[in-house]
Design a protein around this ligand. Structure first.
Ligand code: ADP
Length: 457
């Protein structure tokens, strides 16, 4: 087993990793930036070490600072969490070169899946259906136009190196595409350091359905069913659930089989997620693979009873994945709401301030993953996630009714949060009937805004 793990991340995921370490008797070291000196992770870990000033580029995104922190504190492994360096193959390689176990797949598989065009090609070769689109990166605007003529509008330009829903552009016709191409390229260059773009058919009224996988170093892999993340704002997930209300057991089995043939074709190790878009007819198309733990992993944990972060640590330590596919049953329904420091009444403007009072919800069927405490001021340098509230029950309605109760019970004062909008979403009739799609939250927000404007008049 591992002895001591450097937690190369912050916020709720750092707390989540520390908890898993504690339960396994592994020591943890919180790597923190100067802005995170007062963080809960620093208080909870066995040790803590400062890795630099607040800007991510000089701390959480700075491999030499993290590697030195791990070596100085005598760690034998590094958990990258999500975001930051979690999908950076160079960082994984540096860890390996310094005799540190990187808790994730090999640098080689990360390189394959980190590039959306290569990822798509790899999956297509393994027989996994992908969205119609470019074979590799686009060489020119002329190539994009020619391809769009073949597959039909609307089309989507996507940065190959993209993530977090950033830098994507929809084009409804040729003049749109010609105009969007240079902007998308410049945006991708600025955000990800690489301007490579790919083009895909833009699928409308689709669901985002993703498959969780676990694979050990001995060639054994399983899938843990799907999560539905169709409730999105600006291509970013805001509410996730498991199982997907539109996936039948047959489709689950087929998707799971496809996901496993995809990952075995690349010798994938550790936890990972294959993301798909699903149309009204139940056809699904691979869009990308995330080679790390995801924000929404708790819904899978709650419906399968499998502790994914614990398995990440055990797999990294070389242990065998003792779970077989037949052991995985989806017994309940779970929902996760992301509570962000944003003001939904002011177009989700980032909110700041000190948390004056904090009372997380409790009771049956409720889990809260958060780094908040009363008196804490979340630094403005990082993402706005404050807490994840997860509720579960026998049916989807049970889980959602419980979520309503939990959101009402949750008290966070001193800072604006997205709770008021989450309450609207979970009781929206279309959402309740599971008829929503990836563009639905935008529609709902428009109505919500109009209604509030009308009541103000
Ligand atoms: P990122 O890595 O930036 O998160 P993804 O490829 O995972 O980008 O896509 C994020 C979201 O963008 C998806 O969940 C979906 O809502 C939307 N999206 C991506 N590709 C397509 C597509 N071809 N058609 C329609 N929507 C898409």
């Amino acid at each position: 087993m591992l002895n001591k793990v450097l937690v190369a991340n912050r916020g709720e995921i750092a707390v989540r990793i520390i908890r898993a370490c504690q339960e396994l008797g592994i020591k943890s070291v919180a790597a923190f930036s100067e802005a995170d000196r007062d963080s809960l992770a620093v208080r909870m870990a066995d040790e803590a070490i400062c890795i630099g000033p607040p800007p991510p580029a000089r701390s959480y995104l700075n491999p030499p600072a993290l590697i030195s922190a791990a070596l100085i504190t005598g760690c034998d492994a590094v958990h990258p969490g999500y975001g930051f360096l979690s999908e950076n193959p160079y960082f994984a390689e540096m860890c390996t070169d310094c005799n540190l176990e990187f808790i994730g797949p090999t640098a080689e598989t990360m390189r394959l899946m980190g590039d959306k065009s290569i990822g798509r090609q790899t999956m297509r070769t393994a027989g996994v259906p992908t969205v119609p689109g470019s074979e590799g990166e686009l060489k020119s605007v002329e190539e994009a136009v020619e391809l769009a003529r073949q597959i039909g509008y609307p089309v989507l330009l996507k940065p190959s190196a993209g993530g977090g829903g950033r830098g994507m552009r929809v084009a409804n016709d040729e003049s749109d595409l010609v105009r969007a191409f240079p902007t998308a390229r410049a945006e991708a260059e600025a955000a990800f350091g690489r301007g490579d773009l790919l083009l895909e058919k833009f699928l409308t009224k689709v669901r985002h359905v993703e498959i969780q996988v676990l694979a050990d170093k001995h060639g054994h892999a399983i899938h843990l069913g799907e999560r539905d993340c169709s409730a999105q704002r600006r291509h970013q997930k805001i509410l996730e659930e498991a199982p997907s209300p539109i996936v039948s057991p047959e489709v689950r089995e087929r998707m799971g089989r496809d996901a496993l043939s995809g990952i075995t074709s690349i010798g994938y190790v550790n936890a990972g997620t294959l993301e798909f878009l699903m149309d009204q007819e139940g056809n699904y198309y691979f869009i990308e693979m995330n080679t790390r733990i995801q924000v929404e992993h708790p819904v899978t944990e709650q419906v399968t009873g499998v502790d994914l972060v614990r398995w990440q640590l055990m797999i990294a330590a070389g242990e065998r994945l003792t779970l077989q596919q037949k052991d995985i049953t989806i017994a309940r329904h779970a929902v996760e709401c992301r509570i962000n420091a944003e003001d939904p009444e002011r177009d989700f403007l980032p909110a700041g301030g000190e948390i004056e009072f904090y009372l997380p919800p409790g009771g049956p069927g409720v889990r809260v993953d958060s780094h908040l405490y009363a008196g804490y001021t979340p630094p403005g340098n990082y993402d706005s996630l404050l807490a994840k509230i997860i509720t579960f029950g026998e049916t989807r309605d049970d889980a959602l009714n419980r979520m309503r109760r939990a959101l009402h019970e949750c008290v966070i004062t001193g800072i604006k949060t997205t709770i008021p909008f989450q309450l609207v979403l979970i009781d929206d009739p279309e959402f309740r009937a599971a008829r929503h799609h990836t563009g639905y939250v935008a529609e709902l927000l428009r109505h919500w805004k109009e209604e509030r404007a009308a009541t103000l008049v």
